[in-house]
Design a binder for this molecule. Structure first.
Ligand code: FMN
Length: 224
């Protein structure tokens, strides 16, 4: 009789152990499953923090949109950084709040920010109550003329960002030897009629702007 009881208990214990092993095996498979391409978690190639940069632009004829896309290419060069490109009027409160970096771009209208864009971005603070404190910002612009006010437009965008408690930066330049180094206040393109369209060097400046803002935003997020 005692032997029967002992055998029954042993069998019961073995069943419990088998169950436990099965649970462990399933857990192992679940946790070790490879991350599918396209999953947000698979984007960064190192342990760098994920940095979100919103490139928000206004454009009627497409020149400034071209610059915005190049800015986003620059952002993508930075490990762990992702860019979203949107027209200012399509940016939601959630887009703005989620962004670690915000890069604004617009054409020059009468040497300044186009009124239609100003109406939209003024509401981000005034109506949407977005808190921009310590987000990192940058600016880019296009203009038809060589001295038609592009730089003034870029400065006006930077003032908007500064006034909204952001930290601003511009693209970096250096010569081939790396001896001569400069910083710029933003990126711009001359679009005509004397120099029509957006040129390669202007797109390159836009890429450098995106890369710089993503780097600074990453540093702000995780200072070393
Ligand atoms: C109403 C209006 C005013 C403009 N004023 C200026 C100006 O003051 N200075 C300048 O360089 N270009 C000026 N432009 C030219 C635009 O800035 C230029 O074409 C720009 O690249 C257009 O950008 P988009 O293609 O993204 O719309 C003006 C264009 C318009 C339609």
């Amino acid at each position: 009789m005692a032997g029967w009881v002992y055998a029954y208990r042993l069998e019961h214990r073995m069943k419990s152990i088998r169950c436990l092993l099965l649970v462990c095996f399933v857990l192992h498979l679940t946790l070790a499953a490879p991350v599918r391409a396209g999953d947000p978690a698979s984007a960064p190639t190192s342990d760098a923090p994920r940095v979100r940069v919103l490139v928000a632009y206004h454009s009627l004829r497409g020149n400034t949109r071209q610059m915005a896309e190049a800015v986003a290419e620059g952002v993508a060069k930075v490990d762990g950084a992702v860019a979203t490109v949107k027209r200012v009027e399509d940016c939601t409160k959630e887009d703005l709040q989620a962004a670690d970096g915000l890069i604004l771009g617009c054409p020059t209208y009468f040497a300044n920010i186009p009124g239609a864009m100003k109406v939209v971005i003024d509401d981000w603070n005034w109506k949407l109550k977005v808190d921009f404190t310590d987000k990192v910002g940058g600016a880019f612009t296009t203009g038809g003329g060589q001295t038609g006010g592009k730089e003034h437009t870029a400065i006006s965008l930077l003032l908007f960002l500064l006034n909204n408690r952001m930290v601003v930066a511009g693209p970096l330049y250096e010569d081939e030897e790396g001896d001569d180094k400069w910083g710029e206040l933003g990126s711009s393109a001359m679009t005509g009629p004397l120099d029509p369209g957006v040129g390669n060097s202007e797109l390159d400046a836009a890429r450098r702007l995106g890369e710089r803002i993503a780097r600074v935003a990453r540093r702000m997020k995780s200072p070393r």
